[in-house]
Each structure stands twice: as C-alpha cells, then as structure tokens.
Design a protein. Structure first.
Length: 383
C-alpha cells in the first residue's frame, strides 16, 4: 500500500495510485468553516478542542491531527507566516468586527450572524494615477524572514509523516490583488479608463510574488510537492472580462510568474479559479498550470466528462468531489453519495484526480453529509 505522499505524487503524474487521494485543509480552498468543523467533531465523538483559525477571511479551522488521522487525509500545507511587522488586531465598529490586513485592505464581519469577513476598504481606491500610488502607498515586504521561519522543518516533518507537502503564496492572485486593493468598481473599469494603473499594480504584485517564491523555494523547493497560486477570473456564468482582455493584460503576467516558480522547483503548480473559466483554460495551461481547482460543477461550461477528455492529460483536477452549491448542504446523504460516486467514476480513471469538495466545506453542511461523502470516497475511490 502506498503512503499518502506516494499516492498524491502518482495522481499528479497521471498514474493510478492505490486509491484516490483525499484533501481536507491542504489548501485555503479545501478547508472547513469553524462551525462545520465543530459540528463534525461532535458528530464523530471527538474530544472538544480550542478551534484555531487557519484563514481569517473565510473563517477556516485548523484541522487537528485526530481528525486528519480519522479521515486519512493525504495532504498537509506548510503555510508561510505573515511579516513580523504585521499584527492582526481586531476592532469593534458597531455592528461589525473589523481588521486591516498587511496590504491595508479593510475587512469586516457582522457580529450577528456573520460567517465571513468581507472587504469594505480598499487602499488604492482613491488614486487613479501610478504617481499617486507611488507617493501614498507602501507595499508589503516579501523578504521579511518571519515569513519563512520554520518552513523547512515543517516540510521535513510532513514528509516524515508520509504526507504530501503543499505550500501557499504570500497573497491572493495578481488580478485578485488588483481588485482587492482598488475595489471592484475600479477593477472592472481600470482596463478601459486607467490601464496603466491596472498594469502597474499587477506588475508590482508579480514582482512581490517572485521575490517571495525565490526565498521560499530556496528553503523548500526540493521538498514540496505542490505550489499554490490562484486568481478568480470568472463568475457563475461567464468570465469577468473578455478572453482577449485576459490575454492582453493577465496572461503574460501569469506566464512570467508561473514559469519563474517552475524554474525554482519540480513541484506541480496548483491554480485555483472558481466559475466558468473554460474559454481561457488552454491559455492557463500554456501559462504553466498543472492542477486546476476547484472544478466548479455548477458553473457554465463545466462538464466533467468533457473536461476529463479534453484536458485530463494536461491537468490534474483537484476538487470535483461534491457539488457544494446544490448538493452538499441541501441534499440528503443519499443524494450526496450519488453525486460523489458519479464524480469519482468520471474523474478517477488514469489518475490526475485529488478528491476534495468543490471549494471549502461551509458552515451549513450537515456532518451526516460530510461523512456520507467520505464513506463514498472510501468505497468507490479505489483503483
């Protein structure tokens, strides 16, 4: 029988391992909301724990070892730290709890019924010229040693445990950071009104990421199996912009960044993008991605049989486990089992498949449904 790391490596190399690898908490897009985590632990009669947060914005829980052991999780993320100069400080602002991240972006969560932190302040929104941004904004320092403290030790420990090693980036994607620093109204109009501002922001983010990856991969490039990058470029029905705009403004920068990363490590490049991204999928493959996540089944143009046929030799599909929009929290355990079985039957043949729900397990997912998903994977995810 393979260990977890061997299982993942085989799948990533488009070989059939002993069984389909399983991910929970290995990426910021395959985690579990703290509420769902508490409910699942109670359902499984696991002892109470002080729930730690792995992702403040999404309110994802750190998955404790007793649960990863129980579920036989194959993946572990050696997440880099923030800058030593940054301290996360929560503020009380009326009906909201707020904080500012190290990019100067403001986030808030409603005190009553809030499940996540949403953006409400964008540091570059007031500035419509490159000169204004240069005069008024200080970018995060990607070289801060605190970001990389203990990375190699964490990677070696993960390998000793027989699990695959995943490492995440310093920030969201280059296009996302354009949106998150400018605000979404200006994000959608910058390509028309202020293209020099859009290009400047993305170029700086690419430079920051390249410096970060140089430092990180100096330490663990020989140990990691998967490197995470992301950029949400699509919604439920369409891309956020015309494919030609992607090719003009974003693809050259994706290619520069992704090829740089791949020059520093033999690890596979994981790329996250929700939504209806099929019109630019070949462009993303050309830019250098090896893995697509989360493969959103309910988005326009996402047909698993067609994706596996057309792109399955070029991409590993990391996700595609259970429809989180229509089935996971709303369906019965029987409906969950049917969806999971169908997905495995399509995606598993030939390898190139890491099973996890389509994005994070949300607060409203019943633990019965989570276990129904997992049991179905254990039953049918065998080669």
């Amino acid at each position: 029988m393979m260990n977890s790391r061997e299982r993942v490596q085989a799948a990533l190399n488009h070989q059939e391992p002993d069984r389909v690898p399983f991910d929970l908490g290995g990426t910021p897009m395959s985690g579990m909301h703290t509420i769902a985590y508490k409910n699942l632990r109670q359902f499984l009669d696991l002892p109470p724990v002080d729930i730690r947060i792995s992702d403040t914005i999404q309110q994802l829980a750190v998955i404790d070892n007793d649960l990863t052991d129980y579920l036989k999780v194959d993946i572990h993320n050696i997440a880099p730290r923030s800058s030593a100069a940054y301290n996360l400080v929560y503020q009380d602002e009326g009906n909201y709890t707020t904080y500012t991240d190290e990019w100067g972006i403001g986030w808030r969560k409603p005190k009553k019924g809030g499940l996540y932190y949403d953006m409400y302040r964008w540091p570059l929104a007031p500035y419509d010229t490159v000169e204004e941004i240069k005069a008024n904004y200080v970018w995060p320092d990607p070289t801060d040693p605190n970001r990389f403290a203990g990375l190699r030790e964490k990677a070696l420990k993960t390998i000793e445990q027989g699990k695959a090693v995943v490492i995440g980036s310093i920030s969201a994607g280059i296009s996302e950071m354009h949106a998150w620093t400018r605000g979404f109204e200006k994000y959608f109009t910058d390509f028309y009104l202020y293209p020099d501002v859009a290009e400047y922001i993305m170029d700086v983010v690419v430079d920051i990421k390249m410096v970060f990856w140089e430092k990180a991969l100096e330490q663990v490039g020989d140990l990691v199996d998967v490197v995470i990058e992301a950029d949400d470029l699509a919604g439920q029905k369409n891309l956020f912009f015309h494919p030609d705009q992607y090719r003009q403004f974003i693809k050259p920068r994706h290619t520069k960044l992704f090829q740089y990363i791949k020059s520093k490590t033999s690890a596979k490049l994981f790329y996250h993008c929700d939504g209806a991204l099929v019109p630019i999928l070949w462009d993303l493959i050309e830019s250098g991605i090896d893995i697509l996540n989360p493969v959103q089944k309910s988005a326009a143009g996402i047909d698993y049989q067609q994706l596996k046929k057309e792109y399955g030799k070029d991409l590993t599909f990391w996700g595609a486990g259970i429809d989180t929009q229509l089935v996971f929290d709303r369906g019965t355990p029987e409906q969950v089992r049917a969806d999971v079985k169908e997905n495995i039957e399509i995606m598993a043949p030939g390898g190139g498949y890491i099973f996890t729900p389509i994005h994070n397990t949300q607060a409203t997912v019943p633990p019965e449904n989570y276990i129904a998903m997992w049991e179905t994977l254990r039953e049918y995810g065998v080669y």
